[in-house]
Design a protein around this ligand. Sequence first.
Ligand code: CTP
Length: 476
Amino acid sequence: MLNQNFHTLLKQDVFKSLTQCAEALKVESYLVGGFVRDHLLGRGKAKDIDVVAVGSGIDLAKAVQKKLPHAQKIQIFKSYGTAMVRWGDISLEFVGARKESYSKESRNPKVTEGTLEDDQNRRDFTINAMAVSLNSQNTGTLIDPFNGLEDLEQGIIRTPLEPGITYSDDPLRMLRAIRFATQLNFKIDPPSLQAIRDHAHRIAIISNERIVEELHKIMSTPKPSIGFLLLEQNGLLERILPELIQLKGIEEVEGQRHKDNFYHTLEVVDNICEHTENLWLRWAALLHDIGKAPTKKFHPKIGWTFHGHEFVGSKMVYKLFKRLKMPLNEKMKYVQKLVFMSSRPIVISEEIVTDSAVRRLVFDAGEILEDLITLCEADITTKNPTRYKRYNNNFKLVRQKIKEVEERDRVRNFQPPVTGEMIMEHFRLKPCKEIGIIKEAIKEAILEGEIPNEYDAAFALMLKKGSEMGLETHGK
Ligand code: CTP
């Protein structure tokens, strides 16, 4: 059921101020776009309010900024004819109603003044092209020339104009269509889908930042596979994330087949979304197998292998982030580490879960440990219920073992019980490689479970190693 009552909403001070300012300037004003759509859908309280003025949006913004108590300084984007006013946690975006025509080479339109209808015409989708009057003669009236309301009810993404025009005016809209379809679980109108296929190559003129913004929004939905399948089927994924397309397909040699790693990956992403809101963990799920395409080999004796795909994949993560101008900071390193370690817990869970393997995992994974196990659990996509149960139970066992090992051995964020300084002091050494050898021997012995993670045992091992290397003892 759509929430068509705008009257109660418009009693709020912010809207009353809008109406008063617009009327003082003798311009008509309307709410439009996502704010109207989300109100109709009852999707929480939207904080981004888009306002169209039939006249100067900037002048209206200036007046509203003065009227709203403690509103922040106005931001004006003169070349676009837009302005923004922040008031508390609300941001008001103003634009003058306009006709636009775009050039083929860029997203920057030539803008001329227009009517409300012109403005609605140039919007991306019917569900985003509805306006609500702020004018006192008909406050709260919905102006919906393209039956956006019906499309909202039916769950359809449709363009107001012939789709080819809408998408070629602004090719980012192809991604927006797919993003809305994924967020709202809507269907894209077939002529629109055809137009996306026809114009997919024009995504090249869109900046990587805008593309990534849409990908993040798709990744933040409960079922990103909806979006990735649409991107793939309509020729966009190969242009944005070709690494994923490389995972598509099943090869068969001598009767041996490997799984389709593209569809598998999408399942893993959907699975992980049930367990985490962490966007970067979701990205790690999307990219965890990208190294499989370049490392795939068939060996007559053992079948298909993907040796070293985790290492290759983690290198690919860097290149992909760089290409898409995603952050090359700790977020990227986090995704890289998850991809790099993505098979480690699986190997453990397939064998007898030994303490030393778990200790090594805890030591190497450090901060990402829980997320890594979450990724591995999401990675179980077998349709065989017996196998599913076995793998899943093994991860439960791995989690249990991790808890035991952590409580007992404290190897996460490992601090050696005997430090380099202690070794130097005891044997009266200057910095030299022997110190490293002794430290490594202590660490290995702890991880292998040969000695407990305690000072006395580590000190005794230091003495033993020192004497093996012929070092002179100087301590007590
Ligand atoms: N719009 C458009 N074409 C674009 C971007 C935006 O026609 N490429 C119009 C749509 O009418 C849209 C409005 O501008 O509703 C506001 O855009 P934006 O704030 O980017 O998106 P919303 O629709 O508000 O949705 P969301 O906040 O989920 O991004």
